[in-house]
Design a protein around this ligand. Structure first.
Ligand SMILES: Nc1nc2c(ncn2[C@@H]2O[C@H](COP(=O)(O)OP(=O)(O)OP(=O)(O)O)[C@@H](O)[C@H]2O)c(=O)[nH]1
Ligand SMILES: [Mg+2]
Length: 289
């Protein structure tokens, strides 16, 4: 079973007649838009496909499907998908609105990194929501990694400070920082992210740093709006797209990569430890259509 088997497919390549005519392209366009690929990106993709079909003298539906996979994979290619963990420690900050899957994703990534024999430290900088630190503690136990936390209501930047000190003292390889869910238009919360960033800059100057925006794929085009605002306010180095299991809105991955120029680095397809994978554009394209 493939990793993206739970993703809902765009079925047109299986269901359409055999001819690559205007009806085919119209229907393809419609399917891509329904999958939340967005109007502009869809039109561009279908245009590219038409050109390729002509240039490469493609005659069959299967040939067109294969060409479409390449078009999608190219559109998804918005930069390096692997995390930059080149310094010790390296820091990865997880941000995003409420309930998108930040804490769960941290648990899954911690587990994977530990299996790669990396020394991982979790930082519970979501001090806002009741029981957020407890939830992260449960994930730290599942993944078998350490955690730094403080009491509820503590200053998130202070927890980050503690975690940076601990990471230096314990010679951790990677620190994964959980943050409170926030709305992109709430200025004080966005300022708090900047404060956290400044603490990391000060305590670990020169360290590799990733800021991953976690997005719930089921929110479709709305996720794109969030991403644009987070990108402006906080600067992001990658996207984690969660809840791709069972959603019919997988096209959002293409829209994000294309319109934001930020690579999707991980995909989540469930609630378990193993339900997260580094994002592979071609594999995703194959699963989507
Ligand atoms: N189906 C599915 N559920 C997921 C996935 N990732 C996370 N979830 C679920 O989404 C819910 C919210 O996940 P959290 O990790 O708590 O989200 P969060 O962003 O940390 O939420 P806040 O801390 O409240 O902002 C939980 O019920 C998770 O089990 C996924 O890839 N697929
Ligand atoms: Mg959380």
């Amino acid at each position: 079973m493939g990793f993206f088997d739970k993703l809902k497919r765009i079925n047109i390549f299986a269901s359409f007649g055999s001819e690559l005519n205007d009806d085919f392209y119209d229907e393809l366009e419609e399917s891509l838009i329904l999958a939340d690929t967005g109007m502009d990106v869809t039109l561009e993709l279908v245009e590219t496909l038409r050109r390729r079909v002509k240039e490469e003298r493609i005659k069959t539906l299967e040939g067109a499907r294969e060409a479409m996979c390449r078009c999608i994979a190219e559109a998804l290619n918005a930069g390096e998908t692997a995390l930059d963990l080149s310094t010790r420690p390296a820091v990865v900050l997880f941000i995003g609105v409420n309930g998108v899957g930040k804490t769960t994703t941290i648990g899954k990534i911690a587990y994977q990194l530990r299996r790669e024999r990396k020394k991982v430290l979790l930082c519970a900088a979501d001090t806002f929501r009741a029981a957020a630190a407890e939830q992260l503690t449960i994930w730290s136990e599942r993944a078998g990694v350490d955690i730094i936390k403080q009491h509820e209501g503590a200053d998130p930047a202070a927890v980050v400070f503690d975690a940076m000190s601990a990471a230096k003292a314990r010679r951790s390889d990677v620190v994964l920082v959980d943050t409170a869910g926030r709305l992109h238009n709430k200025q004080n919360l966005m300022n708090e992210l900047n404060k956290i960033s400044r603490v990391i800059d000060r305590e670990l100057p020169g360290s590799s740093r990733e800021t991953l925006l976690v997005l719930d794929a089921t929110t479709g085009q709305n996720g794109l709006v969030q991403a644009k605002q987070f990108k402006e306010a906080a600067g992001i180095t990658g996207i984690v797209l969660t809840k791709l299991d069972g959603t019919a809105k997988g096209g959002i991955a293409i829209a994000i990569a294309k319109e934001l120029g930020v690579p999707v680095k991980y995909a989540g397809v469930g609630e378990g430890l193993d339900d997260l994978k580094p994002f592979d554009a071609m594999e995703f394209a194959q699963a989507l259509i």
